[in-house]
Design a protein around this ligand. Sequence first.
Ligand code: TRP
Length: 324
Amino acid sequence: MKKRGFSGVRPTGRLHIGNYLGAGKNYVAMQDEYDCVYCIVDLHALTTLADTDKLQSNIYEAFLDLLAAGIDPQKAVIFVQSHVPEINELFTLLSMATPLSWLLRVPTFKEKARMHPQNVNYGLVGYPVLMAADIVLYKGEVVPVGEDQLPHLELAREIVRRFNEHFGETFREPQAKLTNFPMVVGLDGKDKMSKSLGNHIELAATAEETTKRVMSAVTDPTRKLRSDPGHPKACNVFKLREHFDPECITQLEEDCRMARIGCVDCKRALAEAINCDLAPLRARRISLAANPEYVRQVMLDGAMKAQVIARQTLDEVKSKMGLI
Ligand code: TRP
């Protein structure tokens, strides 16, 4: 039997190349080897209460991006988290097996609590429990995520261990699966690529938008003049070219160090490579967007399939915990 792959994507709207290179590529790559379940985690989006008026369109846009990226609903289950309400029940049950002290030391929680002290709600503290519940509800064993999610996954493993100790062997400890690009820096060359920082390129951007954004990217900050030697290893554009332009990377590294190529030309080449790589995805997205009934149907079918798995797990958990 194939192992179960599981992952969740927060619906922050259209996905960007950071989401894609950091985790999404693995969703697609894993479909044959694993029995995959992927979900748009709309309940997680509520933990910060941001953009709730746009939540429905954000879910839809993210769903379209995943399908366009190549998730095949014949092979993988793809659905929206809240469409399978069993998650809420398992969330409550798992919370009983999770010491509060574990949650208070999670780095993302501490960071969010520091940034938004007026909005430290109970749901936010429980974010990692909800994430662990996602994984175990669908019996996920291999979890493709970006590097930033590793502390959450470690916590999920601890919750699983504790649950198993208390109530008997029920869940396997999930393992993270990273891409070879688990942390993509944004166009500002400083922070992780993220929509909220505006340093991103949407997967579904047009070729023109992509070029415009890439041309605005920060390169090696120590290279002030065209004749200054570059430091490719410290340059974000070089890093992206490693991914999108692997065949010419050795030559490029030398050309950059020797100042034989300037940053403007290098960025132009990157934009072209990205546009070429993403052209099939973008074409698929346009045809999917023209067929919203199909997309809605995939969403409904996905939730139905996911619910079958969820109900089974929940029955098992309730009986282990003495509820039935
Ligand atoms: N926390 C993840 C993120 O921010 C999203 C997520 C929710 C997730 N549930 C999950 C990822 C389960 C993997 C598995 O990206």
